[in-house]
Design a protein around this ligand. Structure first.
Ligand code: SAM
Ligand code: SF4
Length: 333
């Protein structure tokens, strides 16, 4: 399939980064992400591993150089390693990086296999180092198991980045300690603002903590030095002089990162979202299932990329419904 046209949208942005949510299911129920009694998709509406492979490979043929698997929790999908090892065939063959975002609950089982497949870096979501607080945030997660997973990934040689959602009343006072811990272990850490995605059980205005405020507070403990380090994502990085580590800020709410957006997202049902913060989407499952060759699929991808919007409309406001109805676990962040 080499030689297919690259994906370039109306604003001249080249799409080189695809995030694929391989399942909407998860073994945690993080308070900012899901309702406690989430209903998950019926299995028949979810793409098979073979279909996910075909879909992601079609995007690689169109110029995607970085592929991130996410979820839900990607490592709870049954036989996930067969998909990962199959997609790894594209590494060095169009694809520069295959990676994943995980809550680390299953990493103790998979870390070595991931490294063996050629995965070099992973993102791990972790919002606290306090086991009781961890249980409160994830509702069911086991902190010790997550730590075992992180240790296994580290031992396997995977480069780890920690992602931490800044939550006003939950971990605001712990962020500096999380940074010190992550940097002490040689991990980068990025802070994320909560985004208004999907109905949850609480009001997000209660949890929203602008990173501008976090940064001002961190500056009292650390010397934050600007860097031009980028990983192809929306994180803006500083280096922390006292720890020698890197700290990223992902600020969808206070800083608009849309102008350099190079990414699209596919859900586990084959729905393509051209923007994390907009509801417009394209169904790729129907063209995928309609024919064994990929012509219809590529036509649907072209039509969708031509509609990629200029930017998102996130506003966190007490009186407003979430900007998008779907949960982050549907598109995987
Ligand atoms: N289960 C995996 C994990 O937690 O890493 C992958 C999927 S999870 C949806 C991806 C990331 O989205 C996590 O870092 C999580 O903290 C973040 N996230 C979930 N809901 C969010 C929200 N409403 N606003 C900001 N980040 C959110
Ligand atoms: Fe699961 Fe990740 Fe959402 Fe937490 S943030 S509930 S781990 S999908």
């Amino acid at each position: 399939m080499a030689g297919l046209a690259p994906m370039i949208d109306r604003f001249g942005r080249r799409i080189t980064y695809l995030r694929v949510s391989v399942t909407d299911r998860c073994d945690f129920r993080c308070v900012y992400c899901m309702a406690e009694d989430m209903t998950f998709l019926p299995r028949q509406s979810v793409l098979s591993l073979e279909e996910l492979d075909r879909l992601a490979s079609a995007f690689v043929a169109r110029g995607v150089r970085k592929l991130r698997l996410t979820g839900g929790e990607p490592l709870v999908r049954r036989n996930i390693m067969s998909l990962i090892s199959s997609l790894a065939r594209h590494l060095g063959n169009g694809l520069d990086e295959l990676t994943l975002t995980t809550n680390a609950s299953q990493l103790h089982r998979y870390a070595d296999a991931l490294a063996d497949c050629g995965i070099a870096r992973i993102n791990i979501s972790l919002d606290t180092l306090d086991p009781a607080k961890f249980r409160a945030i994830t509702r069911i997660g086991d902190f010790a198991q997550v730590m075992r997973g992180i240790d296994a990934a580290d031992r396997a040689g995977l480069k780890i980045k920690i992602n931490t959602v800044a939550l006003r009343d939950i971990n605001a006072d712990e962020i500096a300690d999380l940074i010190a811990w992550a940097h002490g272990r040689g991990f980068d850490l990025s802070l994320i603002e909560t985004m208004p995605m999907g109905e949850i059980d609480t009001d997000r205005t209660d949890q929203y903590l602008p990173l501008s405020l976090v940064r001002a507070r961190l500056s009292q403990r650390f010397t934050l030095e600007e860097t031009d380090y980028r990983t192809g994502g929306p994180s803006r990085y500083v280096s922390v002089r006292e720890t020698g580590g890197r700290l990223g800020f992902i600020t969808p709410m206070t800083h608009n990162f849309c102008e350099s957006c190079n990414r699209v997202r596919v859900t586990c049902t084959g729905t393509l979202y051209m923007c994390l913060g907009q509801d417009d989407a394209a169904d790729l499952r129907a063209p995928l299932r309609a024919s064994a060759d990929d012509d219809l699929l590529h036509a649907a991808i072209d039509a969708a990329i031509a509609r990629k919007p200029k930017g998102h409309d996130f506003i966190i406001d007490r009186d407003q419904k979430p900007a998008v109805a779907r949960h982050m676990s549907a598109t995987g962040g």
